[in-house]
Design a protein around this ligand. Structure first.
Ligand code: ADP
Length: 290
């Protein structure tokens, strides 16, 4: 399955795509996570992305697209993937469409997670992430349980608040979402890929709605891969005999009939020669020859 989860910051794209990843055994590709990892390791990409992220703006398309191209070419993405937080504007959506065409991995569905504005703000301000395993919690709706240790460290989760989850940055992120990302709903609706689900309520309920929305989506098959330099296989239609026009068929039938008539004349002439000048049966002729 190759899908995109669309939605505003705080709509639960991350939580739902993590659950989907575990269920479907396909990678969750989050541009936000990839960018945060680049910032944390101090790479050039991370240095370039940091200012935009801290301000709640979108990181430059060229940087994000380079990152996505590299990620989607990895072998684990061949059997399907979940894109979380990408694409985020029309240029990215168009670039993704071109890239997936080249990879022969078209999208199966795009799911829009709808949540009302006050709920988005409430969720974002309560969001905490475990610094060790990356799991996302919410202080009011889904707090970390002390009885459940971190899968990464084995110790209790080390909860941190994302630096861009502060009030000023959150309102800018929501404004950017409305202006740049919302138009993607129409973009994917026109392509017949869009499904919209209500993403308010319990996490479990939203997961169920997502499952239902994806119910009819065909499971992704591994794309056919040609060995480098090998010729493109001929399509079945090309191997079949070419279609003939009615005139060509008549011409061909006439030719066949003329050929059959000529053969009959030849056979009659052969019989006459075998019978000889006096005539007689073929059997007689045959006897004569013994
Ligand atoms: P959220 O959806 O809650 O805003 P993300 O983790 O998806 O969180 O993104 C965090 C930040 O990373 C964004 O505010 C933006 O600066 C940057 N970012 C993530 N994905 C993209 C993208 N596809 N294009 C540009 N910037 C992005």
């Amino acid at each position: 399955m190759r899908i995109v989860l669309l939605g505003a910051p705080g709509s639960g794209k991350g939580t739902q795509s993590q659950r989907l990843m575990q269920r479907e055994h396909i990678p969750q590709i989050s541009t936000g996570d990839l960018l945060r990892a680049a910032v944390a390791c101090g790479s050039e990409l991370g240095r370039k992305a940091k200012a935009a992220m801290d301000g709640g703006r979108l990181v430059e398309d060229a940087l994000v697209l380079g990152m996505i191209r590299e990620r989607l070419r990895k072998p684990d993405a061949r059997g399907g993937f979940i894109l979380d937080g990408f694409p985020r504007n029309l240029a990215q959506a168009q670039a993704l469409e071109r890239l997936l065409k080249t990879l022969r991995q078209p999208l199966d569905a795009v799911v829009q997670l709808e949540v009302e504005y006050p709920e988005l703000v409430r969720r974002i301000s309560g969001r905490r992430t475990c610094a060790d395993c990356g799991r996302v919690f919410n202080v009011s709706t889904s707090p970390a349980q002390s009885s459940e240790p971190c899968a990464g460290s084995g110790a209790p989760h080390r909860l941190i608040q994302r630096p861009d989850d502060n009030e000023a940055t959150v309102s800018e992120r929501l404004r950017v979402y409305e202006e740049k990302t919302r138009p993607l709903i129409e973009f994917y609706r026109k392509r017949g890929l869009l499904r919209v689900i209500q993403a308010q309520g319990e996490v479990e309920e939203v997961t169920e709605r997502l499952e239902q929305a994806l119910h009819a989506v065909p499971r992704a098959r591994a794309p056919l891969r040609r060995a480098p330099g090998k010729a493109k296989p001929r399509r079945a239609a090309a191997r079949r005999a070419p279609k003939r026009s009615a005139a060509a068929k008549r011409k061909r039938t006439g030719r066949v009939m003329r050929t059959a008539a000529a053969a009959a004349v030849t056979r009659a002439a052969t019989r006459r020669v075998r019978r000889g000048p006096r005539g007689g049966s073929r059997r007689g002729g045959a006897r004569r020859g013994r």
